[in-house]
Design a protein around this ligand. Structure first.
Ligand SMILES: [Zn+2]
Length: 80
């Protein structure tokens, strides 16, 4: 993967499974300048959210997971 900042090649520093093995999170580093960032890889199947009566708990967990992902992304951008 190319560095999102300068476009040069990168190396994978660390790789671990997430989502019970259904995804991979990788820590990467720019070979030229040492920029670091994280990528998340999951299958391309869209996740469906059904907002029906009785499923509010599942929807609340889904929203919490999305917010946690956004917080992590913002923090990583702030660290650049
Ligand atoms: Zn770079």
């Amino acid at each position: 993967m190319k560095c999102p900042i300068c476009g040069s090649t990168s190396a994978v520093l660390d790789s671990r499974h997430i989502l019970d093995g259904h995804g991979v999170k990788r820590r990467r580093q720019c070979r030229l300048h040492g920029h670091r960032w994280t990528t998340t890889e999951t299958a391309g199947t869209p996740r469906q959210i059904a907002a029906q009566k009785g499923q509010t708990t599942a929807l609340r967990h889904e929203k919490a997971a999305i917010l946690e992902g956004l917080k992590g992304a913002i923090q990583r951008i702030a660290e650049l």
